[in-house]
Design a protein around this ligand. Structure first.
Ligand SMILES: [Fe+2]
Ligand SMILES: [Fe+2]
Length: 270
């Protein structure tokens, strides 16, 4: 069977964006603009990850030729959306300021030394993005944003599946315990809303609210407003399943633990 063609920016009907559906939504602006910044910096992550997985040609090849181009495409497409929907936003200038700030925190030493556990960590990140864009897709009543976020969340689910497959391979090699996997899951889950979103929002907010103070309190307030907009669309069940998958529990145990984890993701994420 022929492989399905991956979507491109040319598939998105940019001219059909209905600004009246997003006008006045500062929250959508914050969410789409910060996501465009973070996705656009994926090349920094790829470099770190490729170095981390040196000597594994399959993983390196996929990171450089599968994962990175798709993440960069997410950044480019979200940027294009911002350009059409909020034409006054000076994307380039604000992104340059963000990058200068962000480059200092994205270092190789943030990766976990065991390859299997770093793959678990990547699964948590891809779970987070899959669920974020799923929620944004359902929350958006602007049809072009809904279409774009559907393409993106489908890609993110694909990334999760790749990282999960590689996790399984390295788990066999490294023989890590369930306790270690749980530790890696928890460690990354706590970081899910960390420096990158905080820094990205700083530079989006600086343009939107010039001269206004920006700190953790302001950040939390803005995040709370954004959550309010999308929280009822957040796929908690899907996030719990994706989180628990690397623990490879028995179906009975999974049924017991799933609602607990669902509750936790409500607290931690949305
Ligand atoms: Fe992405
Ligand atoms: Fe991804």
């Amino acid at each position: 069977m022929a492989q399905e063609r991956h979507w491109t920016l040319g598939d998105i009907p940019w001219h059909e964006i209905r600004p009246e559906h997003i006008a006045g939504s500062d929250e959508l602006f914050y969410m789409v603009a910060t996501a465009s910044f973070i996705e656009t910096t994926s090349d920094l992550y790829t470099r770190n990850l490729v170095r981390h997985f040196a000597g594994d040609p399959e993983v390196s090849h996929w990171l450089e030729h599968g994962w990175e181009p798709e993440e960069l495409q997410h950044g480019a497409a979200l940027r294009e959306y911002v350009r059409h929907a909020w034409p006054d936003f000076d994307w380039q200038a604000q992104y340059a300021a963000f990058l200068a700030d962000y480059g200092r925190t994205c270092k190789p030493e943030n990766l976990l030394p065991e390859r299997s556990l770093e793959m678990v960590s990547r699964c948590v990140v891809e779970m987070g993005t899959s669920c974020y864009y799923t929620a944004l897709h359902h929350a958006s009543n602007e049809p072009v944003l809904a279409q774009l976020t559907r393409h993106i969340y489908e890609d993110e689910v694909g990334h999760y599946k790749h990282f999960y497959k590689y996790y399984q391979f390295y788990r066999e090699q490294e023989n890590v315990s369930r306790k270690q996997v749980l530790g890696a899951l928890w460690h990354r889950l706590k970081m899910i809303e960390d420096e990158d979103t905080y820094i990205a929002l700083r530079h989006v907010y600086a343009w939107h609210r010039p001269g206004k103070r920006y700190d953790k309190a302001v950040y939390r307030k803005v995040v709370k407003r954004c959550r309010k907009l999308v929280s009822r669309y957040f796929p908690h069940h899907m996030s719990a399943r994706m989180l628990l998958k690397p623990l490879e529990m028995t179906p009975v145990a999974q049924r017991v633990v799933e609602p607990v984890v669902e509750g936790m993701t409500k607290l931690v994420m949305f």
